[in-house]
Design a protein around this ligand. Sequence first.
Ligand code: ADP
Ligand code: ADP
Ligand code: MG
Length: 450
Amino acid sequence: MKPFSRILVANRGEIAQRVIRACRELGIESVAVYSEADRHASYLDLADHKVCIGPAPSLNSYLDISKIIAAAEITDVEAIHPGYGFLSENPQFAEICQSCRIQFIGPTVDNIRQLGDKAMARELAMASEVPVVPGSPEIVEDEEEGLRISREIGFPVLIKAVAGGGGRGMRIAREESTFVAAYQAARTEAANAFKNSDVYIEKLIEKPRHVEIQILADSYGSVIHLGERDCSLQRRHQKLVEESPSPAVDDDLRARMGASAVNLAKASGYRGAGTVEFLLDREGNYYFIEMNTRIQVEHPVTEMVTGIDLVQEQIRIASGVPLRYRQEDIKINGHAMECRINAEDPSRDFAPSPGKIVDFRAPGGMGVRLDSHAYSGYTVPSNYDSLLGKLIVHRDTREEAILTMRRALDEFTIEGVHTTIPFYSEVLQHFHFVKGNLDTGFIEEYLIDA
Ligand code: ADP
Ligand code: ADP
Ligand code: MG
């Protein structure tokens, strides 16, 4: 199978840099694209070619399919890596790539369509005997139907957008009297954020853990899983800290959840890297919530414990190479943990804090990995997500990983913008965090006066 000789990276920030690094190691030329707001990004110099794709607003640059395709044609690439966010889960984009004879580095158009609709993904999970959260069998047509289903499954319930993502388009109804208001609020938010107001209903799982399984599937029907990531530490349904293995998952549960994830991927004829997300309740039952058909922000923790470069594997799979690993080759070594470092002010409700970084001193030493595109003198634009980078540690045990993470956070100096570094230092000192007693309500319960 002929490997690619040149790939365009249709993203920005740390993930663009991550993909460029993978290309370089594989001996593949990379093309970086950038908006006018990112013209001084340092990773542009790591790429072999760079193309400006327009002004700062994403709609006119990173989300503008015609500009990305034009850049790909001008530079004559064979494939496009979409990263995460932006066009990564857009089936229309994947389809246009296909019709332009450019390989989309990701799943098939059908995979994205089917699994990107959370209600359809739920139906497929049920048909594959993967446990799902009790809820509506499909989308809910109106308030009466929603109320009837909620009474059947029992309050509290969660009303969720079928097109939801990034923790948005979700509303809790704790009892019947608040259902209609919550239903309408979820639909309005979904219409505004995703241009699709369809919603479905799930029972609200109280104090769950978020545990997800990383999978890899090739074009020939082989599917393996690479263990789990525990992403229970969240604020407003968005992940902040991720780790692998999960303190709550033993070998038996890992094998069962892994098998469920592999079954779902097989049922959809999946190709590429993907993540099957589950909630784990306090009794140890797990329930499918959604599948993400792309590389995830938190993929490095899996890379550290398995030793497998997920972005390189995505590229190999897209070029038609069969999986190089069998399930029995996958071993989980030690413990990895990641903190997402954002330019945000934790003391002002995590308000974005764009501006110029006047001093940037990266942590280092044994067991420390930093995936960041920021540097001294870099200006954080106000147009995009405020992720500055990811601080990842890998040690033999969870206890050691926590000690290394605390030490690395202390070393990490960023001046000029507010960051979430001090917030993580506080989290990593917390008694229940150290014990591994985590659930998705942890931050609200212990660290933020809501
Ligand atoms: P992941 O599922 O990879 O862990 P998240 O769930 O945090 O990442 O985010 C899902 C996707 O949505 C990511 O690709 C991220 O870039 C994007 N995203 C996260 N937060 C926002 C936001 N506030 N606005 C727009 N996109 C976002
Ligand atoms: P998104 O597409 O925004 O990532 P998910 O369906 O993956 O949405 O859910 C994001 C988070 O919302 C979960 O990690 C969990 O914290 C919370 N959540 C989702 N569904 C439920 C549920 N049924 N009960 C309790 N919490 C839930
Ligand atoms: Mg999710």
